[in-house]
Design a protein around this ligand. Structure first.
Ligand code: FAD
Length: 498
C-alpha cells in the first residue's frame, strides 16, 4: 500500500488463520468461504484502486443467521471484519485488512416485498441501486437516489455511504429515502430500525446508521421509499464563457425558488472528455456547462424551463438548448453520466475527490484548484452536483511515474482543505473511508472526534468493525473514559486501562 498507514496487523490472528477459516466454513458452507489467494484477488480493492490489500479470508454469507453467527464468532475471537457490498466505494471504505474477514454481502440479492399502496420496497442489501427501480418501473415507480454507479453499487453500500446522485437535489439523499433497516451488530445481535412507517419511534438511530461506513453493524435488509415517476422531464444544456457565470446561474435558479430534478456542472476538461466519448453534442467553446432538468406536470415544466432559460441568458449563457424529446434529454445526460469513464480515457489514472461547499464559493474554489493544479503540475477535470455544491474534482495522474500518486494525494488533500476553509465539508457522498480519514482533524477538534468515537464504542467496543476507516486514530473505548475520573475514582474499574 502507498502513503497510507493502516492499523498494525495482529500476529495472533494471522497465526490462527487456518483455525478461523475452519470455523467460518462450519457457519457458511459450500463456496461461501474463499481463502485461496488467486480467488481473493478479486476483492483486494474497491474503486479506490490506488490501495490494495488481500484480506485474511473472504466470506459470502447467504442468510441473516449466518451473518449473525460470523459476527458473533469474530467478536468472541477478536477477529476484525470489513463489510463489503459491490466494492464501488471511491473512498476505500471496503479496502480489506490483512488480519480481517472480508464479509461480502453480494449474495443478499433478493427483492423481498414491493408494497405499492404504501410506496415502499423491502430488499436485501446486495440488490443493486438500479435493481430497485427495475423491480418497480412496470407500475410507473422508481427509487430516486441515483449514484452514477447505480448499475453496480448495492443498496447496502448506499446506506453505509449515504450515497447521492443527480436527482438528490430535489428528492433527497439515501438518508431521505430509506425508511427502515435490519442490521446485525458485532456481537451477533439482530436489530431493526424504522420500517414502513414514516417517523422514527425513538432516537433516530436509523439516521445514525445511514452513512456509518460499515463501522457500526452490517445491514441485512433495507426498506426504501419508492416514488411515482414524474409525468414529464425536460433538460436544458447551458454553456457559459466562465465558471463564475455558471456558478451565479446556479445560485440564481435556487434563489428564484426553483428546485430542479437535477443541476449538474462540468468544466472544460470534463466537457471535452465527455464529448469525445459519447458525442452528446456538448459545446466545445465554453468553460462551463450546466445540465438542468425540470420534472413534474407538463405545464409546470414548460413554465420553469422558460424561467431557467431567462436566468441563464441574464448570466451570460452562450448556448442554451432545451431537450425536445426523451431521446434528446437522455443524450444530454449521457455525457454527464459517463464523465468518469470519459476522463479515464484521457489519463492512465485519476483520483476522484468529493467535497461540498456553499454554492456561492464555487468560483473561489475553482480558481484555487487552478492554482493548485499549477503547483502540483497535474491536470484536474471537474464534474459536480452544482445544485448541492458537491464537487467531484478528478485529479489526473500516471501511477507508472514515481511520485505522481503521492502528488495527486497531496493535491486532493489541499482541495479538501480548501473546501473546509470556505465553510464546506470533507465529503459529499463518497464517505470518509481511508481516503479522507487523516483529514478529519481539519474539520473536527479532539472533542468532536472523541464524541463520535464514543458512538462507535457504544456499538463496537473492541473496534472490530472496519478499523482504520473514518477515524484518524484508534482510541481504546475505555481510554475515552479517562477524562471523567472523579475524586480519584475510576469509572467502570473493571475495564482494562492503559
Ligand atoms: C464510476 C463510479 C461512480 C460513482 N458515482 C457515485 C455517485 O454519483 N454518488 C455516490 O454517492 N457515489 C458514487 N460512487 C461511489 C459508490 O458507488 C458508492 O459509495 C456506493 O454506495 C458504494 O456501494 P457498494 O455496494 O459498492 O459498497 P462498497 O464499496 O462495497 O462498500 C462501501 C462502504 O459500505 C460498507 N458496506 C457495504 N455494504 C454494507 C452492508 N451491507 N452493511 C454495512 N456496511 C456495508 C463498506 O464497509 C464500505 O465502508 C461511484 C463509484 C464509481 C466507481
Amino acid at each position: 500500500m502507498t502513503g497510507l498507514t493502516m492499523p498494525k496487523s495482529d500476529e495472533a490472528t494471522l497465526g490462527r488463520r487456518a483455525e478461523i477459516v475452519t470455523a467460518l466454513r462450519a457457519i457458511v458452507p459450500g463456496e461461501g468461504v474463499v481463502d485461496v489467494t488467486n480467488e481473493m484477488r478479486a476483492f483486494e480493492s474497491d474503486a479506490l484502486t490506488a490501495y490494495r490489500q488481500l484480506p485474511l479470508v473472504v466470506v459470502l454469507p447467504q442468510t441473516v443467521a449466518q451473518v449473525s453467527r460470523v459476527l458473533k464468532y469474530c467478536h468472541e475471537n477478536n477477529v476484525k471484519v470489513v463489510p463489503r457490498g459491490s466494492g464501488t466505494s471511491l473512498s476505500g471504505g471496503a479496502l480489506p485488512l490483512e488480519d480481517a474477514v472480508l464479509l461480502v454481502m453480494s449474495r443478499f440479492n433478493r427483492i423481498l416485498e414491493i408494497d405499492f399502496p404504501n410506496r415502499v420496497a423491502v430488499v436485501q442489501p446486495g440488490v443493486t441501486n438500479l435493481g430497485i427501480t427495475k423491480a418497480v418501473e412496470h407500475e410507473g415507480f422508481y427509487y430516486a437516489p441515483d449514484p452514477s454507479s447505480q448499475i453496480a453499487c448495492s443498496i447496502g453500500g448506499n446506506v453505509a455511504e449515504n450515497s447521492g446522485g443527480v436527482h438528490c437535489l430535489k428528492y433527497g439523499l439515501t438518508a431521505n429515502n430509506v425508511l427502515g433497516i435490519e442490521m446485525v451488530l458485532i456481537n451477533g445481535d439482530i436489530i431493526r430500525l424504522g420500517g414502513k412507517h414514516l417517523d422514527s419511534d425513538g432516537y433516530d438511530l436509523l439516521g445514525l446508521m445511514t452513512g456509518s461506513e460499515g463501522l457500526l453493524g452490517v445491514v441485512t435488509e433495507v426498506t426504501v421509499r419508492i416514488l411515482q415517476k414524474p409525468t414529464t422531464a425536460r433538460a436544458l444544456m447551458v454553456g457559459f464563457p466562465t465558471s463564475e457565470e455558471a456558478g451565479q446561474c446556479v445560485a440564481d435558479v435556487i434563489a428564484a425558488g426553483i428546485i430542479p430534478g437535477g443541476m449538474e456542472m462540468m468544466d472544460r476538461p470534463a466537457i471535452h472528455a465527455a464529448e469525445d466519448f459519447v458525442h452528446a453534442g456538448y459545446p466545445l467553446d465554453v468553460e462551463a456547462l450546466l445540465i438542468v432538468e425540470l420534472d413534474g406536470p407538463v405545464v409546470e415544466v414548460d413554465h420553469l424551463i422558460a424561467m431557467v432559460e431567462a436566468i441563464a441568458r441574464k448570466n451570460g449563457a452562450t448556448t442554451c438548448v432545451v431537450s425536445q424529446s426523451e431521446e434528446e434529454r437522455m443524450i444530454f445526460w449521457a455525457g454527464r453520466k459517463a464523465a468518469f469513464p470519459a476522463v479515464g480515457r484521457i489519463s492512465p489514472d485519476y483520483l476522484c475527490m468529493d467535497g461540498t461547499i456553499p454554492r456561492k464559493e464555487l468560483p473561489k474554489v475553482l480558481a484555487g484548484m487552478r492554482e493548485l493544479s499549477e503547483k502540483y503540475g497535474l491536470r484536474v477535470a471537474n464534474v459536480f452536483h452544482a445544485g448541492d455544491g458537491n464537487l467531484h474534482p478528478l485529479i489526473l495522474y500516471d501511477a507508472n511515474i514515481p511520485e505522481q500518486l503521492h502528488k495527486a494525494e497531496s493535491f486532493g488533500a489541499d482541495i479538501l482543505r480548501l473546501c473546509v476553509k470556505v465553510g464546506g465539508v470533507l465529503t459529499g457522498e463518497h464517505g470518509v473511508g481511508v481516503e479522507k480519514r487523516d483529514l478529519m482533524p481539519e474539520m473536527f477538534n479532539d472533542t468532536d472526534l472523541n464524541q463520535q468515537i464514543r458512538v462507535k464504542c457504544a456499538f463496537d467496543d473492541k473496534h472490530l468493525l472496519n478499523p482504520g476507516k473514518v477515524f484518524p486514530q484508534l482510541h481504546r473505548c475505555a481510554e475515552l473514559g479517562r477524562m471523567h475520573v472523579h475524586q480519584g475514582k475510576m469509572p467502570f474499574p473493571d475495564i482494562p486501562r492503559f
